[in-house]
Design a protein around this ligand. Structure first.
Ligand SMILES: C[S@@+](CC[C@H](N)C(=O)[O-])C[C@H]1O[C@@H](n2cnc3c(N)ncnc32)[C@H](O)[C@@H]1O
Length: 284
């Protein structure tokens, strides 16, 4: 039996990057982040977590005493470790990574096989968000699939893995711009675009000189409000907007903030909302 260590460490969320760097240097096989305050922390709210629990898989020869000591120096706590069977873990991973069907898309890593009527998306998430499994991504994908994107210029603000921008290109968009302020996400989005044979325009910030027919943004409500002027500005008059990453209790606040968008009734999946609307053709 080949064994590996599963290590769990809790730390203040602003120390996560340092801890991840240390675990990567120790040749971590995988690193998973969870909300350290509750058991049901949704990954989309990661930026709002106070405490993060990091679960890492490490080779069996790892010096765990050194890992625990460095974690303590970084102010982390709750160090736990156990040996697990590598083949069991690999099997679990394969099961959790089964191909996912969302609307016309079949999403997988490696490349899923798709029927002629379906669209295959090969998405490796790594440390970025956006496999299609989360309600917010799934609702955005379904919404995109119901639009005629032929000849349209699409923006995904907060692209994560690039899944929405890649999906837009597969649906016939003329161009898709993928923006994220996380460098890792941009690298992953670029790799995913290549794997799917599409070209994305990738950037770390929203440029106000660009204009789009259709904008998707699946970020936290606070960020959507912070960037409302820029998002409304880059959307052409008559253009379509889809906002997600919003809890039901936050949707009225968002609708009020985006004054130039005529919103349709909200779509709800579990606690998550998709808000879609049209930018009014006339500036007020
Ligand atoms: C919930 S993920 C969405 C990923 C993908 N679009 C999807 O729908 O699955 C939100 C992404 O927004 C990015 N993000 C958060 N704040 C941002 C900001 N101010 N500017 C650009 N990207 C941001 C995060 O790094 C993260 O990758």
């Amino acid at each position: 039996m080949t064994t590996i260590y599963e290590v769990s460490i809790c730390c203040a969320s602003d120390r996560v990057n340092d801890l991840e760097d240390m675990l990567e240097q120790a040749h971590a096989i995988s690193i998973t982040l969870r909300n350290g305050d509750t058991n049901n922390g949704d990954p989309i709210l990661e930026g709002e977590w106070r405490i993060t629990q990091i679960i890492a898989l490490l080779p069996s020869q790892t010096d765990l005493v050194a890992i625990e000591r460095t974690a303590e120096v970084l102010g982390c706590h709750g160090f736990q470790s156990r040996l697990i069977d590598k083949s069991e873990w690999a099997e679990q991973l394969i099961q959790t990574q089964a191909d996912l069907v969302v609307g016309p898309f079949v999403i997988g890593d490696p490349r899923p096989s798709a029927k002629p009527s379906q669209i295959a998306l090969e998405i490796s998430a790594g440390l970025a968000f956006g496999t299609g499994a989360h309600e917010t991504t799934a609702m955005c994908l379904e919404w995109l699939a119901e639009r005629n994107l032929s000849g349209k210029h699409v923006l995904d603000f907060g692209c994560g893995t690039g899944i929405l921008a890649i999906a837009a290109m597969k649906l016939g968009a003329s161009s898709a711009t993928a923006i994220d302020d996380d460098e890792t996400a941009l690298t992953i989005a670029s790799e995913n675009a290549t794997k799917n044979g599409v070209k994305l325009s990738i950037s770390d910030r929203l440029r106000e000189e660009n204009q789009f027919d259709l904008v998707t943004s699946n970020i936290y409500a606070d960020t959507l409000i912070e960037y409302k002027d820029q998002v409304e500005h880059v959307l052409k008059p008559g253009g379509l907007l889809a906002l997600s990453g919003i809890l039901e209790s936050q949707s009225t606040q968002i609708e009020k903030a985006y004054e130039r968008i005529r919103f349709k009734p909200v779509q709800l999946r579990n606690d998550w909302v998709l808000l879609t609307g049209l930018k009014q053709p006339q500036e007020r």
